[in-house]
Design a protein around this ligand. Sequence first.
Ligand code: NDP
Length: 332
Amino acid sequence: SKSSSSEMVKAIVVREIGGPEVMKWEDVELIEPKEGEIRVKNTAIGVNFIDVYFRKGGYKFPLPFVPGREAVGVVSAVGPGVTGRKVGDVVAYAGDPMGSYTEEQILPDKVVVPVPPSIDHKVVASVMLKGMTVHVLLRRCFKVEQGHTILVHAAAGGVGSLLCQWANALGATVIGTVSSEEKAAQAAEDGCHHPIIYTKEDFVERVNEITSGKGVNVVYDSVGKDTFKGSLQCLALRGYLVSFGQSSGTPDPFPISDLASKALFLTRPSLMHYTATQDELLAAAGDVFANLESGVLRVRVNHTYPLSEAARAHADLEARKTSGSIVLIPDN
Ligand code: NDP
């Protein structure tokens, strides 16, 4: 299955670092898949906060680039040397390479996973990156068990929503921070036992009250700059701070001696380092799909936008207007 020549497809292109307005809807050239590659026609594309970091230049990537690191779609061509994959297969990927905000893209065959046919594509595009991240956070960085008490920041967000659901199912007591009443209600529905509206209450004080001064076993902190110090204060003796994002900015440097008062642990994981081998990738994706099928994960696709309007999705995400996950749908 070879296509005769290159063709043009529509994609979002970033030519300069900046606000959402730097994301332009352009024609890009799509070449044939080479050795070990496949071509995928995207049906749903996940929006993740990491896309904002790259667009703003906090994370670096050579310009110009097509943003995005997660999509589901249908295989439209198979390059030489690829076995076990054919045109028409439904596949998904999350992580590397960059470039999913496009109608159609070339991917190394080894980064994709087959998608169970029963699952809606918008749901798949919501759980590949976010769901595998939750698998890493709850099962690998720190193993949450029955009886643990945990603190989740941005508990109504894309990752946060799934994190609350999964942690609750593992038997943890879940405390979560959110910015509004609406988000608190959503987090509660997702199994967050104690939503804290941080715009109204001091989260460190509330965690102290809720845990009768004991603190939590683990904090999952994706907010970064605004929460990092407080997160350390919320931890129990020998607690774990899992700092996995910086939606509010990079946390300030701090002395290692700050960990000494309670013999704390600190880790700064990234999904790709836990899905470095294909076995790890398939295990992570498999765990997510199994939890979807069993009903532990109930994905909230709260926002869909046409792919051409990706800039609007970013503006809303950065303004804290969104909850649950955001998906882009190719325009045709
Ligand atoms: P979210 O849906 O969680 O969106 C971000 C949320 O963070 C907002 O809705 C908001 O919730 C909260 N927030 C707090 N302060 C700010 C701020 N200053 N600006 C914007 N938002 C703020 O996004 P995702 O689910 O896509 O990602 C969540 C986090 O997880 C990100 O930090 C991301 O980088 C990280 N991540 C890390 C991975 C890794 O491998 N390390 C993998 C995947 C995600 P509220 O209104 O309640 O304050």
